[in-house]
Design a protein around this ligand. Structure first.
Ligand code: FE
Length: 172
């Protein structure tokens, strides 16, 4: 009899601990800073093509605004191993961290995920007789590159990005 009471007690304790840890877990989840995502047009940079032309270099304009592609192994960052942050060359939105950069062998800087999924947009691109997923900066709409489903873990994605579309700031 004593033993069964002890068992019930132990089960109750277990249940309590489980419930408590669930509560703590969900609390800590909800305490994560909430992103303020403004989905209206004021959040986006809208410029005329002639303004972009004035502000960007010829190469940047070609890649970002005309959806060009730099030649493989010619860009500034495919072989950059410094730690830091990659920004959009058009509007300075944060895009990728060096922590998610990997050796793809493609000749373009490759990342398995953006710093924030809200900072990039993915659109279907059917140019050149291929079906690809185009990656754009969500703030200025600049063309960055493409994303392919052959990347490493943890996402299995390969964001294949033009160096010209990026600015890099080395970690201090
Ligand atoms: Fe941008």
């Amino acid at each position: 009899m004593d033993k069964s009471i002890y068992m019930i007690n132990a089960r109750l304790k277990c249940g309590l601990i489980l419930a408590l840890s669930l509560i703590i877990f969900s609390c800590s989840k909800s305490q994560e800073p909430k992103k303020t995502i403004v989905k209206d047009m004021s959040d986006k940079i809208v410029k005329s093509e002639s303004d972009w032309k004035k502000e960007l270099s010829t190469e940047e304009y070609h890649i970002l605004r005309e959806k060009g592609t730099e030649r493989a192994f010619t860009g500034e960052f495919w072989n950059n191993h410094d730690e830091g942050t990659y920004y959009c060359a058009g509007c300075h939105q944060k895009l990728f961290s060096s922590a998610t950069k990997f050796e793809s062998g493609s000749g373009w800087p490759s990342f398995y995920e953006p710093i924030d999924e809200e900072n990039v947009e993915v659109e279907k691109d059917t140019s050149f007789g291929m079906v690809r997923e185009e990656v754009l900066c969500s703030k200025c709409g600049g063309h960055l590159g493409h994303v392919f489903p052959d990347g490493p873990e943890p996402t299995g994605l390969r964001y294949c990005i033009n160096s010209v579309a990026l600015d890099f700031e080395k970690e201090q």
